[in-house]
Design a protein around this ligand. Structure first.
Ligand code: SF4
Length: 351
């Protein structure tokens, strides 16, 4: 039986920052991105996936198998990597949620991909309409696009306070997690208030901090970010889903809204789960120049195929660029983070 109540949340598993939040909002639902819980043991997920499965998705699966919160009305999973793709079959089979949709976000970025993605977004909207008994009109989509663009623009302005040595990435990280789980009108107000407050702050006195660009897999545990900062780094800019990839561009507000949403996702800075790798390197190179970056840190969740695939190429390119580069694979539990301190300390010393 379908549901028609407002303020229901649609859980999101997104390994590629391609969630069409505007469509979910136009269906009167709140997009609620799922984040990992590093304190959770993986007893249930271990029965479903092999030991070499990405530790982050294993953690998310564990949460699903234990039962999603009662206000979650369904689930959207987006094709980021093969891991999330194949894991969706387990969700379908073993997790209790009546509405589930797998969105085929394309890996390539060309006209065929645009047409394909637009069609799948239309199908997603249609299924939301049928299941939740709502009408997703162009007007509602347009309103959602305008709202999301305001949020993105405000977040981008907030992010610039990192460059002024006023805002730490860990604080932006917490804000982004709030935005990705809140009602979006409230989220806009929270962002606007944060921006006003930042304007009144002085810059940090810690002038010794090394300015780095942080890249890698989905890094959603703020305590890990704080550990990195406490080693002596200032994450002045990033190439992450909980970072620039969420707010760098805006959606065209005129024309066919579904096509505009698809176009936005195919034109925004390319993410680590997409190809070609050199386009991602070019994006990072632009950021390195613009933000006077002194070193690059690339963190892979253990067994993250996408980031492991790109690492040798990036290592070569950053060497050519003569910029210090550190690659680290991490487990998804806080006890294991401590072992990385020595490597972070050593890297801070060579910058
Ligand atoms: S961390 Fe890597 S392997 Fe895991 S879901 Fe994200 S992209 Fe896929």
């Amino acid at each position: 039986m379908g549901l028609s109540k407002k303020v229901k949340k649609l859980a999101i598993i997104d390994a590629c920052v391609d969630t069409p939040e505007e469509i979910i909002l136009a269906a009167d639902l709140v997009p609620h991105r799922l984040f990992g819980d590093p304190s959770l043991p993986h007893s249930a997920a271990d029965e479903h996936v092999p030991p070499t499965h990405c530790v982050w998705t294993r953690n998310i699966l564990e949460q699903g198998l234990r039962g999603l919160p009662g206000d979650i009305a369904g689930l959207l999973s987006i094709h980021g990597c093969d891991c999330t793709n194949r894991q969706f079959d387990i969700w379908l089979d073993s997790v209790k949620a009546d509405f589930m949709y797998f969105l085929n976000s394309p890996l390539k970025r060309n006209n065929t991909a645009l047409k394909f993605f637009s069609e799948d977004l239309k199908e997603f909207a249609l299924q939301l309409e049928e299941y939740f008994k709502v009408e997703i009109t162009d007007e509602k989509l347009h309103e959602s696009i305008v709202l999301m663009n305001k949020i993105r623009e405000t977040l981008k302005t907030i992010s610039e306070f990192r460059n002024k040595m006023i805002l730490k990435y860990s604080e932006l990280h917490e804000l982004l997690k709030l935005v990705l789980t809140s009602d979006k009108s409230q989220a806009l107000k929270i962002c606007e208030d944060k921006l006003e407050e930042l304007k009144t702050r002085d810059s940090f006195s810690e002038s010794h901090l090394k300015r780095i660009l942080l890249t890698g897999s989905v890094l959603d545990d703020t305590s890990f970010i704080k550990q990195l900062e406490n080693t002596g780094f200032h994450i002045v800019i990033d190439d992450l889903c909980l970072g620039t990839h969420y707010f760098w561009n805006t959606i065209e507000e005129s024309g066919d809204p579904i096509k505009a949403i698809a176009q936005y996702h195919l034109e925004k800075p390319i993410y680590s789960t997409k190809v070609p790798s050199h386009a991602r390197y070019e994006y990072m190179k632009t950021l390195i120049d613009a933000y006077s970056v002194e070193g690059v840190v690339n963190i892979a969740q253990k067994f993250c195929e996408s980031v492991l695939y790109d690492h040798p190429f990036l290592k070569t390119k950053f060497k050519e660029l003569n910029i210090p580069y550190l690659f680290v694979e991490k487990e998804y539990n806080r006890e294991a983070y401590k072992q990385l301190s020595t490597r972070f300390d050593a890297f801070a010393e060579i910058i």
